[in-house]
Design a protein around this ligand. Structure first.
Ligand SMILES: C[S@@+](CC[C@H](N)C(=O)[O-])C[C@H]1O[C@@H](n2cnc3c(N)ncnc32)[C@H](O)[C@@H]1O
Length: 319
């Protein structure tokens, strides 16, 4: 997954002249805060250097994860053509850029962001949409005056909120959702549990689950297993240097739920683990429309079914 060229150029300009040592230290501090899910009353992106570290090491990954989740929405709802968008906890506007890449009729975005540092960066990056309004401040204060929108996005935010604030926010965002609401979280067991709670609440509120689940029953997975997906992200030279990594890519693990006021085009099983292939067969772990999770093998001698299975990847819905 590559960033849109105009976003990449704007990020490069934003990072021009930054001392690598400072960036690497800020990236390391940020990564430790994210990994430990620190909640100490401070925003993770509290200053300019943390915001720049986010652009370097996190934005490409969250962009890839959000794009993959949005692609699943578009697949479930080929008729969906949002014109308005609400990006809650927008950071530098990652989810807005990802949505603009997929749907070319979005005219207007409202982006809400509590951190002045990352908001300023997001404003400087510019917008891929004809109209974008940034709202400064916390979602709890802003929420009463936010516009209803065709597409509502809450990407990598739930984990930063106190547990008691999560469901009230999801409920409020659902009331603002004209058509589809997408929530994305890190693909950890804790992220999966947060998504399950949000999913349950959305189903109770009458939402149709578009993806990734092909059903609205209880999740068939039980700990220590958990549902998550993976998106491959190209790493820039600066990204590699800031993280001390050598490979030109990384795999971002993520989990999401997409809910809508309208049903999807028909649910088919989804691949919920990396496909296992041998000389003779491909085995897919599937979440099925009847609410079960099973492993199915497609043998080479089955011909067409095997050929089709070979083209599919982790996270795909069966054709
Ligand atoms: C991990 S970043 C995700 C940014 C962006 N959505 C993305 O996926 O790249 C989480 C963002 O949510 C913001 N945030 C956290 N709590 C918030 C709140 N209560 N109100 C508004 N923004 C909040 C943070 O400042 C941060 O920019």
């Amino acid at each position: 997954m590559q960033l849109p060229p105009s976003l990449r150029a704007a990020i490069e300009q934003e990072l021009d002249g930054i001392a690598l040592g400072d960036l690497a230290r800020a990236a390391d501090a940020l990564s430790q805060r994210y990994r430990a899910e620190v909640q100490d009353g401070r925003l993770h992106l509290a200053d300019d250097m943390a915001a720049r570290a986010y652009l370097t090491t996190r934005l490409p990954a969250t962009f890839a994860a959000i794009s993959a989740a949005l692609a699943a929405v578009a697949q479930a709802r080929p008729d969906f053509a949002p014109r308005t968008l609400l990006d809650a906890g927008a950071g530098p506007g990652t989810a807005t850029w990802a949505a603009a890449q997929l749907w070319d009729r979005i005219e207007e975005a409202t982006l809400v962001e509590a951190s002045p540092a990352i908001r300023a960066v997001g404003e400087r990056l510019g917008s891929p949409l004809p109209r974008a309004s940034w709202i400064a401040g916390g979602l709890d204060a802003a929420i009463a005056s936010l516009p209803a929108s065709d597409l509502v996005l809450l990407a990598y935010v739930l984990d930063e909120l106190p547990a008691a604030a999560r469901i009230p926010l999801v409920e409020r965002l659902w009331t603002l959702t004209g058509d589809a609401l997408l929530i994305v979280e890190p693909g950890t067991p804790a992220g999966w549990r947060r998504i399950l709670v949000a999913r349950d609440r959305l189903i109770q509120a009458g939402a149709h689950i578009l993806a990734p689940c092909p059903h609205a029953r209880a999740c068939p997975l039980a700990a220590p297993d958990w549902c998550h997906f993976s998106a491959r992200v190209a790493r820039s030279r600066l990204h590699r240097e800031a993280k001390g990594g050598t490979v030109p890519w990384e795999d971002e693990k993520f989990i999401y739920v997409a809910a809508s006021r309208r049903a999807g085009a028909g649910s088919t099983a989804r691949i919920i683990a990396p496909p296992q292939s041998s000389k003779f067969a491909i085995t897919l772990k599937l979440c099925e429309p009847d609410g079960g999770a099973v492993e199915r093998s497609f043998e080479k001698r089955s011909g067409a079914a095997f050929k089709q299975a070979r083209k599919l990847g982790w996270g795909d819905a069966l054709p």
